[in-house]
Design a protein around this ligand. Structure first.
Ligand SMILES: [Zn+2]
Ligand SMILES: [Zn+2]
Length: 132
């Protein structure tokens, strides 16, 4: 396959890097401010192909849209149940549980994903924290 970097693809990638774990919709809103003619379909298509080519990680959460992450190293996330924001959790990746799962199942485990649920720092300390 021809791995040419189209301008649109580069714009989508740069936008994901500039935002913090954005959903496709936020990428689209951001890109559209500079390039009003770009379509949501184009943004989706480029996000998918960037994930297929392992330039971006697709993060899947229950009851929440997929997010995109340029950090390809295995790491953990917190999904804030108040604002829906996704942030990195700064803790060591537990590769020993991959080995344990591999030993238990005999399968070749490639990795695992963990999503913590809770309230992010901004929601906890923000001006609206008392509301709700
Ligand atoms: Zn929050
Ligand atoms: Zn991340």
């Amino acid at each position: 396959m021809n791995k040419r970097m189209t301008i649109q693809r580069q714009i989508v990638l740069d936008t994901v890097k500039a935002l913090d774990h954005p959903a496709a919709n936020s990428v689209y809103e951001e890109v559209r401010m500079k390039y009003p003619h770009i379509s949501l379909g184009t943004v989706y298509r480029n996000l998918t192909s960037l994930c297929d080519d392992r330039e971006l990680l697709r993060l899947t959460f229950p009851n929440s849209p997929d997010r995109f992450d340029p950090n390809l190293h295995p790491h953990y996330h917190l999904l804030c149940r108040r604002c829906g924001g996704v942030s990195d959790v700064d803790m060591a990746y537990l590769s020993e549980i991959d080995r344990a799962a591999s030993e238990k199942t005999g399968l070749s485990i490639e990795g695992h994903m963990v999503c913590f649920f809770g309230i992010c720092g901004q929601c906890r300390d923000g001006p609206d924290a008392a509301v709700q």
